[in-house]
Design a binder for this molecule. Structure first.
Ligand code: PLZ
Length: 452
């Protein structure tokens, strides 16, 4: 029996009952059966955070193969900001599906690709002329941003930061900081990648942003040299690395230095982009206008699509045919993106991310004031995290973090961890999550912390 035979009648989207409901233990018997099949068919290297199989999702819930309805605090890692099977997105995709599914944009063009580029050029920070190019994954877009920056500057070196995450392809693995699980055994990595220190207020003694940036710049000048440096790439809020919000002034100081030194400043907004942080892009909070912005995840309501958007002179620099790919900017994904962007703009989702953030920050700060194991509460908008520590030493407590996540999963909450030290719990609810589910999910997290 296949999943489709099993579940043909189930429809996802916001009409799904918005409730947490456990009808079996987690994972239930159906998920366990499917997991056994998975283990016999799928590479063991492909893991899972929560060992259940999904049959439907929408609003703020995900329904598993046993009929359990789980509160979704992950959004498929910050992807389904507009909610799973968002009706606008489903309708736009269905219309496109019935017209054509693929031409390869570099064989014959179609207007939805152009329209997505226009929307990105309009929405991203910076009131200069821009161009965009579309790809499939975040990693692929990061690779292309670096290619374009190298072509434009005629230089080769790239600087990434401590705790960075930029993807799993060869170049992006090299840019990524954390060894296990992302890099170990997968080298050699691409050359001309260098690493600079980050502003990490909770762990750098609260260094102010300008001083932290000067430290990074000194490292770059001493170990790389601006004359060799094509690009600096940084996530405005480090995602996989632990939801690290740099101190105020850090990013603007780096941007100013890059501009003075003919270095392309690339913001990787793959995780922070599209309303998530309570602004359309996290760069907006910092008042910076990156030369290039990389987007993916939240761009297309769950369809694989990514983009590189940047200054027209940089983006137009490579030779014609130098940038492309079979599927980049696929017409179904473009239709999804246009509907998704419409939803962010017309359904008040930037505002909703701020509201969700206020609720989460309030609850988590209250918990932290009573429990010294919560060393830090941080984030912006609906991108929030807690860092768990040994209160005596401030040392990261990954074991406690794992216990909290496990409790939440068993009690019907999809909860993700992150952080270089594995001691951060992150909250990334869909922006369509109703308040009662947000409250209930936070209550279960509080129970989980109390029980751990
Ligand atoms: N840049 C900032 O967060 C993807 C990784 C999931 P892709 N982060 C989730 C996993 O375990 O593989 C990410 C990101 C930032 C780039 C990427 C890469 O995006 O679409 O996964 O390639």
């Amino acid at each position: 029996m296949t999943m489709t035979d099993n579940t043909a009648a189930i429809v996802g989207g916001p009409e799904l009952p918005q409730e947490r409901k456990l009808v079996t233990e987690i994972p239930g018997p159906e998920s366990k059966k499917l997991m056994a099949r998975k283990q016999a068919a799928v590479s063991k290297a492909v893991g899972a955070t929560v060992p259940v199989f999904t049959v439907a999702a929408g609003g703020g819930v995900l329904v598993d193969a046993d009929g359990n309805s789980l509160i979704d605090f992950g959004s498929g890692i910050a992807v389904t900001g507009v909610g799973n099977s968002n009706p606008r997105v489903v309708k736009a995709m269905a219309e496109q599906l019935n017209r054509f599914t693929h031409t390869c944009f570099t064989v014959t063009h179609y207007d939805s690709y152009v329209e997505v580029a226009e929307a990105l050029n309009r929405l991203t920070p910076g009131d200069f002329e821009k161009r965009s190019a579309l790809f499939n994954s975040g990693a692929e877009a990061v690779e292309n941003a670096v290619k374009i920056a190298r072509h434009y500057t005629g230089k080769q070196a790239v600087v990434a930061f401590d705790h960075a995450y930029h993807g799993r392809t060869n170049l992006t693995m090299g840019l990524t900081a954390k060894n296990i699980p992302y890099k170990s055994g997968f080298g050699p990595f691409a050359p001309e990648v260098y690493r600079a220190p980050l502003s990490y207020p909770f762990r750098d003694g609260g260094l102010d942003g300008v001083t932290a940036a000067r430290k990074a710049i000194s490292t770059i000048e001493k170990q790389v040299g601006a004359e060799n440096l094509a690009a600096i790439i940084i996530e405005p809020i480090q995602g996989e690395g632990g939801f690290i919000v740099p101190a105020e002034g850090f990013l603007p100081t780096l941007v100013a230095w890059a501009r003075e030194n003919d270095v392309v400043f690339i913001a990787d907004e793959v995780q922070t982009g599209f309303a998530r942080t309570g602004a359309m892009f996290a760069s907006d909070h910092e008042g910076i206008a990156p030369d290039i912005i990389v987007t993916a995840k939240g761009i297309a309501g769950g369809l694989p699509l990514s983009a590189v958007t940047g200054r027209a002179d940089i983006m137009d620099h490579p030779q014609v045919g130098g940038i492309g790919g079979t599927y980049g900017g696929n017409p179904i994904a473009c239709a999804a993106a246009l509907a998704t962007i419409e939803s962010y703009e017309q359904d008040g989702l930037v505002q909703r991310a701020q509201e969700i953030g206020t609720t989460m920050m309030g609850r988590l700060n209250a918990l932290a004031s009573e429990d010294p194991r919560i060393g830090d509460v941080r984030g912006r908008g609906a991108m929030v995290a807690i860092e768990l520590v040994d209160p005596a030493t401030n040392e990261p407590d990954a074991e406690l973090t794992g216990k909290i996540a496990k409790y939440a999963h068993e009690h019907g909450v999809i909860l993700l961890t992150c952080g270089t030290y594995g001691n951060v719990i992150r909250f990334l609810p869909p922006l369509t999550m109703p308040d009662h589910l947000l409250d209930e999910g936070l209550r279960i997290v509080a129970d989980a912390i109390a029980a751990a």
